[in-house]
Ligand binder design. Structure first.
Ligand code: FAD
Length: 531
């Protein structure tokens, strides 16, 4: 098998890949046995007016491989494909009298810890405070259409975790061999095959609902048990080591090992774990707003005259700015092409935004968070001071929106001029249940407002029109990452000072996003199995 790297093809070239590969290798089309896409990215940089490019990595089986390779020995972009050595699935069935491990939280971290344990024969017990994904979907839709807010079943809590009602972007900054295992498990559970090779893979909320359901059923099929409406409210320690979990304040589940994949919004669980003596520390996170533009505006900015071509994916963007005056960085985050802004609160009387999209990303509206980092210096001493800081600003946003889960919205022009009231927006704000015009400065830290005010004109230079006066910004975004870290040992993944507890995923401060949380859960489970 040969690997062709960095293979650029004009995006509108419809020649079959096998034929293109044959031309690239200098052989006749009949010599090509098979072509597999390993990677596909869009290069929108346009060199000297040339068309946009798809850039591929291809694995090609070709007749007379040795001869082809010998002829192309000076071609550094063609090589023999190295066999991928992947560790075998670890099997370690439960021993007689051995207690099954428990997984707390069924987001990506908990899900992949449970799947790994189930595959090994450990029959894990999963305890998830929220509801199964179908019930959760109904609860969330009801809330978005003006129904009651549920503190137990919402965008943060329930089957699949925070990642379920998301864009389902699987991009990540980590590089880890287990990423492939996660992607393959997603595909086996119903995610599109293309996530295995796209440079910027995504699943979308509509497909994710089925994917998480299938992953749950796979864990059950392998002997695991998954319970919903099962919040772990306390832990019982004996001699400093985990002895049991308390579910819903009353049921005692004896446990020697528990993986806590609780996410960044389980504030009551943070408080409980801290009170029980787990080693925890405050950490920085980021705060800001969601900005929205027509998707075709972003497509034109990125693709120029080729915008709207069906062969091109809807466009995204990444913007960063370092503000010398405030000393803080501002950046776009969790950009959701063709999506919508969502109500993502997990506590009554508080307001939080986030973004999601469906697989087809066809809402016609692009949204992204614009965030500014805040650090323990902003929220003062105390391990849980960041949580108090989030709660304070989320309560202010709730009040600024009118106290009924409508979100405060302000145009860029009004924000920069320090006034409120314009409601003639470039694109109607998509947040449901609804928005009210307000001053975002009333519900954001002053340093965040100052940095955003400096960043917006800079972003407008990069994408002209990005910060046009009528562009809407909806507040506020506070759950970019965890406000604390639960300290753990690097090798064993065990909580410092509290053997038996494995803090995993984003809530523990070791991941940021679906992929890294899933990989973290998987690696913690493997560390447990390898002991
Ligand atoms: P979570 O997914 O937060 O899961 C934690 C789970 O634990 C929850 O289900 C919760 O109910 C449960 N739990 C908490 N406490 C307890 C307890 N005491 N007992 C029992 N259960 C408990 N990331 C991306 O990579 N791409 C995206 O496109 C993307 N979009 C997003 C869109 C939205 C709207 C949101 C909210 C987040 C998005 N994210 C995205 C971030 C991503 O969802 C998280 O990084 C990821 O889900 C973290 O995984 P986790 O398993 O660590 O925690």
């Amino acid at each position: 098998m040969l690997r062709i790297k960095d293979f650029s093809v004009p995006f509108d070239d419809e020649t079959p890949l096998a034929q293109l590969a044959a031309q690239r290798l200098g052989v006749r089309a009949e010599e090509i046995v098979s072509v597999a896409i390993v990677r596909k990215a869009v290069d929108a940089r346009r060199y000297h007016g040339a068309p946009l490019l798809f850039v591929y990595v291809l694995d090609v089986a070709v007749r007379q491989e040795r001869a082809v390779l010998a002829r192309l020995r000076r071609d550094r972009k063609v090589e023999r494909r190295q066999p991928q050595l992947r560790p075998p699935i670890l099997e370690r069935p439960l021993g007689k009298g051995e207690r099954r491990p428990v997984v707390v939280g069924f987001g990506p971290a908990g899900m992949f810890a449970a799947l790994t344990l189930a595959r090994a024969g450990q029959a894990p017990l999963v305890l998830e405070r929220g509801q199964d994904v179908d019930t959760r979907h109904r609860d969330i839709l009801s809330f978005w259409h003006g129904g009651a807010f549920s503190p137990t079943s919402n965008v943060q809590f329930g089957e699949g975790g925070a990642g379920t009602f998301s864009d389902g972007k699987l991009t990540t900054r980590i590089s880890d061999p287990h990423m492939r295992d996660v992607l393959e498990a997603f595909v086996a559970a119903g995610a599109p095959q293309e996530i295995l090779y796209l440079h910027k893979p995504h699943i979308g909320t509509d497909l994710l609902r089925t994917v998480v359901k299938n992953l749950r059923e796979e864990i059950r099929r392998l002997g695991g048990e998954v319970r919903f409406g099962a919040q772990v409210t306390d832990v019982e320690l004996a001699g400093g080591r985990l002895a049991a979990l308390i579910v819903a304040g009353e049921e005692r589940v004896a446990a020697d090992a528990a993986f806590f994949g609780i996410g960044h919004s389980a504030r009551d669980t943070y408080e409980m774990l801290y009170a029980r003596g787990l080693a925890m520390e405050a950490k920085a996170f980021a705060v800001g707003v969601r900005i929205e533009h027509p998707q075709d505006f972003i497509d034109r900015a990125q693709y120029g005259a080729d915008a709207g071509q069906p062969r091109l994916p809807v466009a995204d963007y990444v913007l960063t700015y370092q503000d010398r005056e405030t000393g803080r960085g501002a950046y776009s985050f969790c950009m959701c092409p063709g999506g919508q802004v969502v109500a993502a609160a997990s506590e009554a009387g508080r307001l939080v935004t986030n973004g999601m999209s469906n697989y087809r990303r066809d809402s016609g509206v692009a949204n992204a968070a614009l965030l500014v980092q805040v650090t323990p210096e902003d929220f003062g001493p105390g391990v849980l001071a960041g949580v108090a800081f989030q709660r304070d600003y989320e309560a202010r946003a709730f009040a600024a929106g009118g106290g009924d889960y409508f979100a405060p919205v302000q145009s860029v022009g009004d924000f920069l001029a320090g006034r409120a009231g314009s409601s003639d927006f470039l694109v109607p704000p998509s947040y449901a249940p609804g928005v009210r015009t307000a001053r975002l400065a009333d519900c954001l830290p002053p340093a965040v407002c100052a940095t955003l005010a400096h960043a917006l004109p800079q972003f407008d230079r990069r994408i002209p029109g990005f910060a046009a006066p009528d562009v809407p910004m909806t507040g506020i975004e506070t759950r970019s990452s965890a406000p604390v870290r639960i300290r753990r040992d690097r090798q064993t993944f065990l909580a410092e000072r509290t053997p038996g507890i494995y803090p995993i995923g984003e809530g523990a401060g070791y991941a940021g996003g679906i992929m890294s949380a899933a990989v973290d859960g998987m690696k913690a489970a493997l560390a447990y199995l390898e002991v």
